[in-house]
Design a binder for this molecule. Structure first.
Ligand code: GLY
Length: 381
């Protein structure tokens, strides 16, 4: 059994006037939800949801994307973290989002290993799981770590046993046909004769990843694919969640930034919620989400705070293997943030990467939309 409200039940529960993107009409074409009015509570905040671009891309066969689902739950009065976790579960369950949950791109051995973290600005609760296998919705397990234990991070078989004990369904294999075929293609490219010395194998693995990106066989946003979603509720409560299948074809056991509090997600209930997608290693060394929230605490606008976090990554990236021929980072990283005043931002190290402009998702009373991120750099040459 998976935890959380059934989406169809929720659709019945949310008053029609507040339902986002579920009713059709002129504004409800794909990617364009109808406007919502009157969502601010007396004395409260203007609710808003900000997320990575995939937060307004996948619907798992339903009517709503993650930001729409989260927003509908927020205005229906649901706890902001519960709403955020229910929102990202759409991506986690959708086999077409190969960056998270079910059908996420597997590790180098063909096994889907998932990471997730949550933080609740109101209560200060936080929880995370890493290297979790067999559970489609790791963010809900991370929330259970926050709600039901004195701990912040469970990993591997311990995280799986915890999930099983709480009634989450544990499956043998979270691969879909797509994720398995992508892994097989990668394997064929790197191991044509079964054997390479480790150095050549590492170089071949990176080359294969780049070739698959260039050939359109790997979505640039899914190579380090992730969804992050931050919310401000009508009562002014902040929360954030990040969930991922991590780096495609990673060394088994590799954990990125997503489940690490302060790196892939950080919430200070008095200040802001922020999180990241992209190359996790770049965030781990600088605890970038924490830095971003601290910049906002010092008075920065969320956009400027995000740009500062990106500047630090750019300055810190010195290893040649991580640089373009021009000496700039050869990867992308994005940050998303909302502060207590409801100001939002989406920023990217590269505005355009692997030929794709970077976008992020926002949902507020004007509806859900994708917007261009602010880039520190334009595009790799
Ligand atoms: N940002 C996701 C990862 O690096 O695993």
């Amino acid at each position: 059994m998976e935890k959380g409200l059934d989406r169809r039940e929720l659709l019945k529960a949310v008053p029609a006037a507040l339902a986002v993107g579920a009713t059709g009409g002129a504004g409800a074409a794909r990617g364009q939800a109808p406007a919502i009015v009157g969502t601010r509570r007396a004395g409260g905040a203007r609710p808003v949801v900000v997320a990575s671009g995939n937060g307004h891309q996948f619907r798992d066969g339903g009517a709503r994307t993650a930001v729409e689902e989260t927003f509908a739950r927020l205005v229906a009065g649901e706890d902001p973290l519960a709403a955020a976790v229910a929102g990202v579960a759409i991506n986690e369950r959708d086999p077409d989002d190969t960056s998270v949950g079910y059908g996420g791109l597997p590790n180098a051995e063909g096994v889907v290993q998932l990471d997730a973290a949550v933080m609740h600005g109101g209560s200060g609760r936080a929880g995370a799981v890493a290297c979790l296998e067999g559970v489609r919705t790791p963010a809900a397990v991370a929330q259970a770590v926050a709600d039901r234990t004195d701990h912040h991070l469970l990993v591997g078989s311990g995280a799986q046993a915890f999930a099983r004990q709480l009634g989450f369904r544990v499956e043998d294999d979270l691969n879909t046909e797509t994720s398995r075929q992508r892994w097989l293609e990668w394997k064929r490219r790197i191991d044509p004769e079964h054997w390479l010395d480790p150095e050549r194998q590492a170089a071949a693995a990176e080359r294969a990843r780049r070739e698959m990106l260039a050939a359109g066989r790997l979505d640039p946003e899914h190579a380090w694919g992730t969804i992050h979603l931050s919310v401000l509720s009508p009562a002014g409560v902040l929360a954030g969640v990040t969930t991922t299948s991590g780096l495609a074809w990673k060394i088994p056991g590799r954990v990125g930034d997503s489940p690490i509090l302060g790196a892939g997600v950080y919430v200070d209930g008095e200040v802001a919620a922020a999180g990241s997608t992209g190359r996790g290693e770049a965030n781990l060394v600088g605890l970038s989400s924490f830095l971003l929230v601290e910049e906002i605490r010092r008075g920065a606008h969320p956009k400027d705070a995000g740009i500062e976090a990106l500047r630090r990554i750019r300055a810190r990236t010195r290893e040649r293997r991580l640089l373009t021929p021009e000496g700039e980072p050869a990867f992308n990283v994005h940050f998303y943030a909302v502060d207590r005043a409801g100001r939002t931002a989406g920023v990217s190290l590269w505005q355009e990467y692997a030929g794709r402009p970077s976008r992020y998702a926002v949902c507020d009373e004007d509806g859900a939309r994708l917007q261009a991120t602010e880039g520190l750099l334009e595009r790799p040459a």
